[in-house]
Design a protein around this ligand. Structure first.
Ligand SMILES: NC(=O)c1ccc[n+]([C@@H]2O[C@H](COP(=O)([O-])OP(=O)(O)OC[C@H]3O[C@@H](n4cnc5c(N)ncnc54)[C@H](OP(=O)(O)O)[C@@H]3O)[C@@H](O)[C@H]2O)c1
Length: 246
């Protein structure tokens, strides 16, 4: 029976992933900031087959609370097989361009909180000598674009940090998975005008995440075709890219 810790557990992608682990009879520990949604999710996951579901409240930006919450999770689960970090916000890019504090708050939520959590989890997993730390980054971190470069910068920070962790924790037998979804139909993208052909359902992304954890993949593009889309985007010469208005 696997023991799974999920931070940002009420995110649509995290919920879909938790449902897949519940079906396998896993023991779940869910962390999020919305107590009501957390309680509803916990009930649903028990019905779906989870062997147990414990929960804890955390606003990830309250960094002083991260340590005690993770300590409690470790006490409850014992050895953690998988820790998934899934929280995030797709901030108002235009607003961030006009207001430095707003831009920094986006960076705080999407990068700083995650780097702090990763630092704490790395210590826990290094002692375990086993398990997977999985983090949802984004294809948006692969190249800065005018439409979302504040969010993209935060995701690039997560990706680079995790590349370092992959090499550090490899020596302790710990797997670090960097997850780069493309466009996914979740509350985060609701109301945006997106090319329907490129938008994936959260359950498909969850399937890919569970598989990548099992295979100990280093970097997952999900759905798969984003690997090729991003390979093209990364290689567009800057002189052309600046004019493309992506
Ligand atoms: N949807 C996409 O197209 C897409 C693409 C690439 C990457 N991603 C990434 O995928 C991950 C999951 O997002 P999603 O698409 O599933 O969106 P979502 O359903 O909107 O989930 C975002 C989650 O982040 C939580 N959150 C935000 N700020 C928080 C804070 N300060 N403390 C605690 N929790 C906080 C939200 O909690 P509340 O419900 O309480 O606000 C919510 O549960 C994110 O990291 C996102 O950046 C998404």
């Amino acid at each position: 029976m696997k023991k799974i810790l999920i931070i940002g557990a009420t995110s649509a992608i995290a919920e879909a992933t938790a449902r897949r682990y519940a079906k396998k009879g896993s023991k779940l520990y869910l962390i999020a900031r919305n107590g009501e949604r957390l309680a509803t999710l916990a009930t649903d996951l028990k019905i779906r087959g989870a062997s147990s579901v414990d929960t804890a409240l955390l606003d990830v930006n309250e960094r002083g609370s991260q340590g005690p919450v993770l300590e409690q999770a470790t006490k409850t689960l014992g050895l953690i097989d998988v820790a998934l970090i899934a929280h995030g916000t797709l901030g108002d890019q235009k607003g961030c361009e006009q207001d430095a504090e707003k831009a920094l708050l986006e960076f705080e939520t999407n990068a700083v909180s995650t780097l702090a959590l990763l630092t704490r989890l790395a210590t826990i997993f290094e002692k375990q000598h086993a398990g997977t730390i999985a983090v949802i980054s984004s294809v948006a971190g692969d190249r800065g674009r005018p439409s979302n470069y504040v969010y993209g910068t935060a995701k690039a920070a997560i990706t680079t940090f995790c590349e370092g962790l992959q090499a550090r924790l490899f020596k302790s037998g710990v797997h670090v998975l960097i997850i780069k979804p493309g466009l996914v139909a979740t509350p985060m993208t609701e109301g945006l005008s997106l090319p329907a052909m490129l938008v994936a359902e959260p359950d498909l992304v969850a399937r890919d995440i569970v598989r990548a954890i099992e295979k100990r993949t280093d970097t997952l593009y999900t759905p798969w075709f984003w690997k090729y889309i991003m390979a093209i985007i990364i290689h567009i010469p800057t002189a052309l890219f600046k004019k493309a208005n992506l």
